[in-house]
Design a protein around this ligand. Sequence first.
Ligand SMILES: [Zn+2]
Ligand SMILES: [Zn+2]
Length: 130
Amino acid sequence: MNNFTPGPPRARQPAPTVFCYICGRQFGSKSIGIHEPQCLKKWHAENEKLPKSKRRAEPVKPDAVIAHDGKVDVEATNEVLWKNSQGLMVECEHCGRKFKEDRLEVHQRSCTSDNPAKRVGRDRSKSQKR
Ligand SMILES: [Zn+2]
Ligand SMILES: [Zn+2]
């Protein structure tokens, strides 16, 4: 039985997408409600893995931006949510670049205190020439 029966045709409106204030990914307005608690859980799990000095306070969801007509300004709200997620990134102790927690773990496989990844931008240390 390989016959795939498509469901009844539906008028498909493009689902409005919302940014997750924690991870910065986009979700449909329905799935964001499912995702956010899970994402927060994951955030806590990742946060607990960090050394105590690096742990942060739980992220707070920014308020929705209300437009002049009293409705939620989806675009402006998304910008606030996305910016919030960017502010949650963790600085790599070796190279100083900022990453999401899960990315940092991957990054630090190749970036170590002995051999930090090349710093992009200004070079704060005296150049060591051999
Ligand atoms: Zn998320
Ligand atoms: Zn690094």
